[in-house]
Design a protein around this ligand. Structure first.
Ligand SMILES: Cc1ncc(COP(=O)(O)O)c(C=O)c1O
Length: 480
C-alpha cells in the first residue's frame, strides 16, 4: 500500500517556499521538495498529489507543477508510472540499512561523541553499598521476578504520580534498559510486517528494533520547531499504523519538547486510528530551561492506548541497565508473559541498586542538569564562534544538539573527523533511506575540554573536505 500525500498536506510542509524570488517557480518548487526529502521530512515511497490538486493548493499554475515534477524525475527524487501516479524516491535508489552501530575498539584519546550518555554519578557507589544490605531479603527464593522487584516498581510508580499521573506498582514492569522495554512492547503489540510510524529523525536503535521485528516503517517528519500537530494527526488517520513510536521529551536527536495541547489530542486520535502509542520518556528528567514540564502523554489516555517506556540510562547510568514500562495492569501481565521467552527476568542486585539510587534522585538530577547546562552552553558558544555557518536551535533539555551543516556532508565529515580521533553519529543514522545528510547530532555529555577539543578537530576536518585532494581519500586502503 502506498501512502498518499494530499495537495494541502504538501503545501503545508512546503510552508514558505521560494516562489517568486528570482528563480523560476518550477525550479523553486523542485528545490523545496528535494530539501524536504533530504531532511527526512518527506518519507520515501509517498504518492505525490496530482498536479492539478497541488496547483490549487499552492495557488500556482498546473504547468508550473508539471515542470517541477519533471525536474524531480530528472534528479531521481520522483518516479512516475502512467496511470499509477508519481511517488518519492532517492537518486540511485539509495537506502541506509537499519543495522546497529558497532564500532571497533576505541583508541585511548578517541573522543567518543557517538554516544549521548553521561558517566555514572557519585551516588551510584553509595547506592550499591546500600543495596548489598538489602540483598539477603531476596536470597531465600529462586530470584525470578519477571515484572521486577516491588520496591523498585513502587519507586517508579511514585515518580509518575509526582508528575501528575497517578500510577500503582501493578502498572509498572521493570526491564533491562529502555531498549528491552521497546523490544517487549513491539513483540506484544506489532505482528510481523505491520506498519509502525516513527518520527524522522529518530533514535537509531529503535529503528534497528523495528527492523528486527520486520515492521513496515512509516515516517513522520519533524520540522524546525518540532511536531506539526495537524500533520501528525492526519498521518495517523490516513495510515492507521499499528503503533506510533514517539519521543516527546527532548527528542533524540533534535531535543524538541512536545507541547501540552498536542499531548492532549494524541491518545484520542491514536484510538480512532486503531493505533497504540509507544511513548519513550528516556530524557524526561533532563529539562534544562523549562519553566513547567507538560503532563505525560499517558495523562490524556482514556482507552489504554499509551504504553510509556522510560529508564535510568540517561539521567543515572547506562551501565545499570534499568528501564521500565508503564501500562494498564493487564498489559503489564501480558508483557511479563512475553518476557519469559526473551530474558525471563532482570537481575535482582541491579534493581536493588536502582531503587536505592532513586532515593537520591533529587541530588543526582540537580547535579546532572547543572552540568549539562554548562556543557551545552560551552559547546554552543564554541560552535557559534568556530563554525558560524552551522545552525542549531537551543534545546530546552536532553543531551544533544541537532546541527544543520552548511552542506549535505554529514557522512563524509564523520569519516574525516574520525581521522582526528573523534567519533560522531552522522545525520543519516537517525533517518531512513539515506536522508538527513545535512544534519549531525552532537551530544554535550562529555566534559567541556573534550567538547572544545572536538570542535577544534571538527574545524580541521571540515577544511579537509574542501581541499582539492582530501587527506587520505585519494589512496584506497589495501586489504590483504
Ligand atoms: C530515545 C532513547 N530510547 C532508548 C534508549 C536506550 O536506552 P537504554 O540504554 O536504557 O536501553 C536511548 C539511548 O540512547 C534513547 O536515546
Amino acid at each position: 500500500m502506498t501512502s498518499v500525500l494530499h495537495g494541502r498536506q504538501l503545501a503545508r510542509l512546503l510552508g514558505r517556499w521560494d516562489a517568486g524570488r528570482g528563480i523560476p517557480d518550477y525550479v523553486a518548487l523542485a528545490t523545496a521538495v528535494r530539501g524536504l526529502l533530504n531532511d527526512g521530512r518527506l518519507a520515501l515511497g509517498l504518492r505525490l498529489p496530482a498536479e492539478r490538486e497541488l496547483a490549487t493548493a499552492l495557488g500556482i499554475s498546473r504547468t508550473t507543477v508539471t515542470a517541477g515534477y519533471r525536474l524531480l524525475r530528472e534528479s531521481g527524487h520522483v518516479t512516475s508510472r502512467r496511470g499509477a501516479g508519481s511517488w518519492t524516491t532517492m537518486p540511485g535508489g539509495a537506502r541506509v540499512g537499519a543495522a546497529g552501530i558497532w564500532s571497533p575498539s576505541t583508541t585511548p584519546d578517541m573522543i567518543d561523541l557517538g554516544r549521548a550518555a553521561l558517566d555514572a554519578p557519585p551516588e551510584l557507589t553509595v547506592a550499591a553499598a546500600e543495596a548489598l544490605t538489602d540483598l539477603p531479603r531476596y536470597l531465600g527464593d529462586a530470584g525470578y521476578h519477571p515484572v521486577g522487584l516491588i520496591e523498585l516498581r513502587t519507586a517508579v510508580a511514585d515518580g509518575y504520580t509526582r508528575r501528575g499521573l497517578p500510577t500503582s506498582p501493578e502498572q509498572i514492569m521493570i526491564t533491562s534498559g529502555v531498549q528491552n522495554a521497546l523490544d517487549l512492547a513491539v513483540r506484544l503489540l506489532v505482528p510481523v510486517g505491520q506498519p509502525v510510524l516513527v518520527e524522522s529523525p529518530t533514535y537509531p536503535n529503535a529503528l534497528v528494533g523495528f527492523a528486527a521485528r520486520r515492521s513496515r516503517m512509516l515516517t513522520y517528519g519533524l520540522d524546525d520547531a518540532g511536531w506539526d500537530g495537524e500533520l501528525l494527526l492526519d498521518n495517523l488517520r490516513q495510515n492507521r499504523p499499528r503503533v506510533a513510536y514517539l519521543i516527546p521529551e527532548f527528542q533524540n536527536p533534535t531535543g524538541h519538547l512536545m507541547p501540552q495541547p498536542l499531548r492532549e489530542r494524541l491518545p484520542a486520535a491514536a484510538h480512532s486510528a486503531g493505533t497504540d502509542l509507544i511513548i519513550d520518556e528516556s530524557f524526561v528528567d533532563l529539562a534544562l530551561d523549562v519553566e513547567e514540564m507538560p503532563l505525560p502523554v499517558a495523562s490524556f489516555d482514556r482507552h489504554a492506548r499509551v504504553l510509556t517506556i522510560g529508564g535510568m540510562s540517561k539521567t543515572y547510568w547506562g551501565g545499570l541497565r534499568i528501564g521500565w514500562v508503564r501500562a494498564a495492569a493487564p498489559v503489564v501481565q501480558r508483557l511479563a508473559a512475553v518476557r519469559v521467552g526473551v530474558d525471563m527476568s532482570g537481575p535482582v542486585l541491579d534493581q536493588l541498586v536502582a531503587a536505592r539510587l532513586l532515593a537520591h534522585a533529587s541530588s543526582v538530577v540537580e547535579a546532572r542538569r547543572v552540568r549539562l547546562r554548562r556543557q551545552r552552553d560551552v559547546l554552543m558558544a564554541a560552535l557559534r564562534e568556530r563554525l558560524p555557518e552551522w545552525r542549531f536551535r537551543v534545546p530546552a533539555g536532553g543531551v544533544t544538539l541537532w546541527l544543520e551543516l552548511d552542506a549535505p556532508i554529514s557522512s563524509p565529515l564523520c569519516r574525516a573527523v574520525e581521522r582526528y580521533g573523534i567519533r560522531l553519529a552522522p545525520g543519516p543514522r537517525f533517518g531512513m533511506d539515506g536522508t538527513m545528510e545535512r544534519f549531525l547530532r552532537m551530544p554535550f555529555t562529555l566534559p567541556e575540554r573534550d567538547l572544545l577539543e572536538a570542535v577544534d578537530r571538527m574545524v580541521e576536518a571540515r577544511g579537509d573536505l574542501d581541499a582539492p585532494y582530501p587527506r587520505g581519500y585519494d589512496t584506497p586502503a589495501l586489504v590483504a
